[in-house]
Structures are given as C-alpha cells and as structure tokens.
Design a protein around this ligand. Structure first.
Ligand code: ADP
Length: 653
C-alpha cells in the first residue's frame, strides 16, 4: 500500500534527490525532506510521517540525537538509518532507540525500497496488533463488568429465596443497585395506599432521619409518574427536582411490579456527576426491582399466612369442639384443648406422637383406623367418660392426613330421648281419641237408620278422621326420621322389601283396574340400610303412582343394579306433574293444585319423607314426568360394601 508519507533527513542534497526521485516518487510514496537533524526533528514532530529515513552523521544535530529527542517526545515513528561502513557498532545503540532497520550507503534502489516496505509493513502490523490488543482489553473490561453485574444479580436472587428478613434484603437490593450502576444514591419508595403517598422503604446515601421522614405525593412527582404509567424513567443533563431542595443531575427510576400492580419505585441518582445512566443499567435495575417486588410480595404473603395460621390456631384451640389432625400414619399434627380434655386430660400431647400412644378411646382409634384415602367423611358417635357422647366427623385432607372434628352431643342425645318419648306419647294420645271418634262414627249407621243428610255428615267425618290420622302419622314419621342421627342400619335385601310393599298395594291398584308389574333382576346385591324406612320409600312411591293414575292405568316397578349403586324406578301412566311443580314436590306440604288433583286427598308429606329417608342412606331421588302421560320416580341407593357391618354405628354423608 503506497501513498505513505516518508520523511528523508540527510545533509546531502544528492542523497535526498536520489531517494526522492528514484525510490519514493516512482513507487507512489509522498516525500517530506529535511536538510539537517534539527529540521528533521521538527518535521517529524509536527508532520507525523509514516516512516523516517535518517542519515546518521549530520552537522548541528546527529541522527542519534534526533532519535533520542523523538523518544523523549514519546514518538513511535519507524526509522531506517542510513549509514556508512564502519559505523555498525552504532547500530546497537540506535536499535535500542527503536530503529527498525539500517542501510549502508551507497545503496541500490531495490535495496532501499525493500527496507522501506518492510519497515512500513512491520509498522502497519504493529498498529493493527495494538488496535486489537486495545479492543481485547476493552471487551475484557466489559466482560468483567458483566460478570460483576451478573454476580450481584445472582447474589440478590439467592437472597430473595433465602432471606426472611425483608428489610435486610431490600437494603442489599439498594446496595447492589448503587454498586452496579455506579450511582451516588439509591432508594426504594413504596406506595402507601391509604394516604396515596410514597414513603422510603430502604435507601443508601441518605441519613436515616431524612429517609424515615421522606414522603412524596403520588400526584405531580416523577416517582408518581412511574407508578401511574408503570414504565421506567431515565433522565440526565440539567437539574431535576425530586422534591423541594432535592435536586439531581442524572436519574434512573424503575417500577416495582406485582402482577399488573405497581407497588413502588426503585431509583438511583447522581447529584454531583451528570453522567447519564445507560440502557444496560436500566435493564439491571429492572431486574433488581423485580427481585425487590418478589421479596416484598413474599413477605406480605408470609405475613398473611402467619396471621391466618395464628388465627386458625387460636380458633382451633379455643373452639368447644374437639379437633384432632393427624398425618397419613396417624401421627399427631394438631390436638386442641377440647380434644385433650375429652381424651387425655392428664397427659402431655406433642406433635409427632402416634395417636394410639396418646389416646386410649377404642371408638376414636377405630374411627381413625377406618379412614380411607378419599370418599365421603365418616361419622360416628364416640362415648367418653362422664356419660358424655361426642359426634365425630372424620375427613381426609389430601397431602395432610386426617382431621376429626367432634361435637359434644350429650345434651342433644338427651333431647332426642325426650323427643322420642314425647313423640310416642303424643302419637298415642292423639291417635286414641281419633280411634274412638272413628269407632263411634262407624257405629252410627249400625245403631239406627240415618237419613241422607246424616249419612253425608258421617262420611265427611270419616274422611276427615282418615286425613287427620294420615297427617299425624306422616308428621310423626318425618319428625322421627329427621331427628334420628343414626338409622339402625343393616344389610338388607332390597328385592324382598319391594315385593312386600307391592304385595300389599296390589289390591289397591287392582281395585282401580290398574296393572301393577314388578321387574327385578335375579341377583340383586344387598344394600346397607334400615328395612322399615326403605319399605316406606317404596310404599310411598307406589302408593302415589296408584293414587295419581286414573282407572285402567299401568304401573311398573323395576330395578337396575350397577357396581356400587341400585336404581329403583316406579313408573305410572298417570296425570303427570307440570314442569313448574317438579322442583317442589319433595318439599314438605307441597301439593300440585289442579283440576285433576282436586279430589285426591293427601298430606303433601309423602315425598318429603321419601327424600329424607333416601338422603339418610346417602342416596338420591328424582322425578321425570310429563303431564297427561305419566311420571317415573327414580331412587338411587349405594350397595352394601364389605366391612360395612364393622361400622355398625357409622354412616357417611
Ligand atoms: P301427597 O300426600 O299430596 O300425595 P306427596 O308428598 O306424596 O304428597 O306428593 C306431593 C305432590 O306430588 C302430590 O300432591 C302430587 O301433586 C304430586 N305427585 C306425587 N306423586 C305423583 C305421581 N306419581 N303422579 C303425579 N303427581 C304426583
């Protein structure tokens, strides 16, 4: 690459001319000339040539002196020395002064050209190498900076998950923010939602007193703007007011976000230097702000959980119900005071102990031993000393274990007994006079002839007595069923119950000219229930079917057996039930009012009794019906499961 500027310093004109005319110009180099050392030095210093061809012996200032002076000035221009034979020993000295080459006078054109090209190439390479080294150093420095930043972020990230002390963590965030952005001050402001102000949660470069009293209105402040927009703010150059008498030259603010909410601002500032913060610093500060937001949110959630935990602890320990929570291996997790009073008033209970080591009540231990992974809760009565009874509900909580909540139902049991007594007394006391009325009314026609009007009156009294008797017996029934905590359950054959019911009601159907068909599968699985109550279910449904189906209609009773359930269907071709009434027919005293039902007597309690009994058996009942075409009632009951007798006293709901 020619075109370089070459300074030729020689005191002999013919030498200069020779070099300029025969070596430099023909090869495209630009020549600068100097006739002595002084001129050469001046031109070298002011014109910055790419190469110097320097004569060694010159008047006033020798080549060596020129070299020394160049060195003193810190000039690093490549030099080719031109010398005569016999001065080689000088060469050693001059090489120390940075000379690249020397050439012995007189020289050939080619020889000089070669030396020039070599020196220029070397210099070019040296410059390129220097540039590369410089770039490398720069990249290295940037890398070191990145490593420093990432290490800081990493450290803060780890602290977020390991530090429970949020104050300490936020102080670290501020320190890191100031450190990696090279700022002078850093602060973290949070929104006080009550006052709509920003207060200082952590700071560096502030004295504690002003940090504590620092308050800013969200409205009309730079930080408030960041809160409102949720976007960062980067400003520099000039002075910016943060608050009265608090001016900064460069400022970087990033929002602290929890989900969509901005809860505060993390900021770094420069008050003395006005060096503007960079985009990279903005990115780093945003990462730190995310950490701070996570830490604050974690602390809030932790606080909330703690408060809830304490509340729950307080409720559980003070509640009158006994509560026992165990893990899946029946090791105690929680045992409240009421449970202690009931089962082990004199011993200490510590979490982790096995329930069997603490409690010796067989019913309670048996209840826990029957706890299964899922399914409905188990319920049972647990007698405890002092003639008291607890009603326990044991549920499984996935991932925790089992929880038993026990209510003292001693007084309810007493009330229940009193109620049963009352019910049987009342039923007897009400029924007896009714039987008397019925008896005498029936006799009226026997003891003497009655005129037509008297006969009509007697019939009305008879009808009334039947209605009252039914009503009393239904009322007593529903009262009893609802009051019974536990039905006396046993393994029962549902098909037998259905046959018994249908056999009794067949006459009634036949007297209305109806056909009553029963279809039962050959091997119906047994069910776990109370046979008398189940009989009542079938009776009520078949009885209604007969009652609400006109003469000549068809009634079909059939059963389908599934793996764990049995479905009983009672279908009739009767008057049906309007859609609007269907949701209410299982309510107490609800009766469909229509022309067709006008003359049909009833209490409106039959289906309420059915529903109550079915639910006590953990079953379901529903109707499908179309007015004028008929109705189908379906009862779904769970089949008997192995092990059920072991729970003789227990039901699950
Ligand atoms: P009731 O003593 O009135 O029969 P229920 O509780 O047994 O009382 O039935 C409630 C109402 O549901 C009845 O009044 C009747 O209107 C309607 N109902 C019950 N079963 C049938 C049926 N098989 N066909 C049509 N309507 C029925």
């Amino acid at each position: 690459m020619a075109g370089e500027r070459i300074l030729v310093v020689d005191d002999r004109d013919e030498n200069i001319d020779f070099i300029v005319e025969y070596v430099l110009k023909p090869n495209g180099y630009q020549a600068i000339t100097a006739r002595d050392g002084e001129e050469g030095l001046r031109k070298a210093l002011t014109m910055d040539p790419d190469l110097i061809l320097l004569d060694l012996q010159m008047p006033r200032m020798t080549g060596i002196e020129v070299l020394e002076s160049l060195k003193e000035h810190g000039k690093n221009i490549p030099v080719i020395l031109m010398t005569f034979h016999g001065s080689e020993e000088l060469a050693v000295r001059v090489f120390r002064l940075g000379v690249k080459n020397y050439i012995i006078k007189p020289f050939e054109i080619e020889e000089m050209l070669e030396a020039i090209e070599q020196a220029l190439t070397e210099d070019r390479l040296r410059k390129e190498r220097d540039q590369l080294t410089e770039r490398l150093i720069l990249v290295n420095r940037q890398l070191e900076q990145r490593v420093k930043e990432l290490n800081t972020l990493y450290g803060i990230g780890r602290s977020v998950t390991s530090l429970l002390d949020v104050d300490l963590l936020l102080n670290r965030v501020i320190e890191a923010a100031v450190y990696i952005t090279g700022a002078e001050e850093g602060w973290l402001l949070l929104v006080d939602e009550k006052t709509e102000e920003l207060y200082m949660r952590a700071a560096l470069g502030f004295d504690e007193k002003s940090a504590r009293s620092f308050r800013l209105k969200v409205q009309d402040s730079l930080a408030g703007n960041v809160i409102k927009t949720g976007t960062p703010l980067l400003i520099g150059g000039g002075k910016h007011k943060i608050k009265t008498a608090y001016l900064v030259k460069a400022l970087l603010m990033v929002p602290l976000k929890v989900g969509q909410r901005t809860i505060g601002v993390l900021s770094v500032t420069r008050r003395a230097s006005d060096e503007v913060f960079t985009n990279n610093e903005l990115y780093l500060l945003s990462a730190l702000a995310d950490y701070a937001a996570i830490a604050i949110e974690n602390a809030r959630l932790f606080q909330e959980t703690e408060t809830e935990h304490k509340k729950l602890q307080a409720i559980l320990s003070r509640t009158a119900d006994a509560v026992i929570v165990t893990d899946e291996d029946t090791r105690i997790i929680l045992f409240n005071q009421a449970a202690k009073n009931a089962f082990c008033p004199d011993s200490e209970v510590t979490p982790g102990q096995s329930l069997a080591d603490v409690v010796h009540n067989r019913d309670l231990l048996e209840l826990f031993s029957q706890a299964t992974g899922g399914g409905p809760p188990l319920r049972t009565e647990i007698p405890i000393p002092g003639d008291r009874t607890l009603y326990a509900t044991l549920s499984t909580i996935e991932g925790v274990g089992h929880v038993a909540v026990m209510q003292d139902i001693t007084h309810l049991k007493k009330l229940d007994e009193m109620k049963s007594e009352f019910v049987s007394t009342v039923s007897h006391d009400l029924r007896s006079p009714l039987t008397t009325i019925k008896g005498f009314v029936d006799l009226m026609g026997v003891v003497g002839p009655l005129n037509e009007q008297q006969q009509d009156f007697v019939q009305r009294i008879q009808k009334g007595v039947v209605t009252i008797t039914e009503l009393i017996s239904d009322l007593l029934d529903i009262g009893r069923i609802e009051a019974e905590v536990n039905l006396n359950m046993e393994k029962c054959a549902f098909d037998e119950i259905i046959h018994q019911s249908v056999d009794v009601l067949r006459n009634q159907a036949e007297s209305k000219g109806q056909t009553l068909t029963v279809n039962l599968p050959p091997h119906l699985p047994p069910i776990w229930g109370n046979p008398l109550r189940l009989r009542q279910v079938v009776d009520n449904l078949v009885n209604n079917a007969i009652k609400y189906t006109p003469e000549g209609g068809k009634i079909t009773v059939w059963v389908e057996g599934y793996d764990s359930q049995i479905a009983l269907h009672v279908r009739d071709t009767g008057i049906g039930i309007p859609l609007a009434d269907q949701p209410y027919i299982f309510d107490k005293f609800y009766r469909v009012r229509s022309e067709e039902t006008e003359d049909i007597t009833g209490t409106g309690l039959g289906l309420a009794i059915v529903k109550s009994i079915v639910e006590k058996h953990n079953g379901r009942v529903w109707v499908e019906s179309e007015p004028g075409r008929g109705s189908t009632f379906t009862v779904l009951l769970p089949v008997y499961k192995d092990g059920e007798p072991a729970r003789k006293q227990k039901t699950s709901a």
